[in-house]
Design a binder for this molecule. Sequence first.
Ligand code: HEC
Length: 160
Amino acid sequence: MTERSAIWRSVAFLGLGLAWAAWAFAHGKDRWPVPAEAKNVKNPLPATEASLAAAKAIYVDNCEQCHGEKGKGDGSDAPMYSVKPADFTDTHMMEEMTDGEIFYKISEGRRPMPSFKKRLTEEQRWQLVNYVRTFAPKPEPAPKTVGASVTKKVLPHKHQ
Ligand code: HEC
C-alpha cells in the first residue's frame, strides 16, 4: 500500500516537473521571471567605496568573462553562448530592475549564467548588486534645478 502511494507521489512530482519545464521553455527565452517577494527585498548594504572595491574583485573573478570589464555584456566568453549576457550599461533595463531582483538573478542564475548562491556569500552578492549599478550612465539631472537657478537670477532684478 505505502509503496503504491509512493509511486503515485513520484508520478505527480514528475508531472509537476514536466509542466514547469514546458512553461520555462515556452516563456524562458525572452523573460526572466522573478517572484514578487524577491523583487521587494530591500538592499541591506550601502554602496561605500570599500564595498564597491571589494565587489570589483569578485566581479573580475566571476562575472567579467561574460559581462565584460565595462559591463557591456561583451566578455571574452560571451560569443560562446546563444544568449547574450546582460548589458549593465543599459540605463533603461537597469532602472526597471529592483535591487532585490538583481540579487535574485545573481543568486539563482539562468543558463548559461551559473547560480552564485553557493559560490558567493549573501554579502558578496549584495556588493555585486551595488557594483553592477555603477556601469549604467546616470540619468539626466532633473530640469527643475536649472529652473530654480534661473529664478534666483531673475528675482533680484525685479526688486531693483
Ligand atoms: C557564463 C556566463 C555568465 C557569467 C559567468 C555571469 N553571467 Fe550574468 N548573465 C549571463 C547571461 C547569458 C545573462 C542573460 C540571461 C537571460 O536573459 O536569460 C545574464 C544575466 C545577468 C543578470 C540579469 C540581467 C537581466 O537582463 O535580467 C544579472 C543581474 C547578471 N547576469 C549578473 C551577473 C553577475 C553579478 C555575475 C558574477 C557574479 C554574472 N552575472 C556572471 C551570463 C553570465
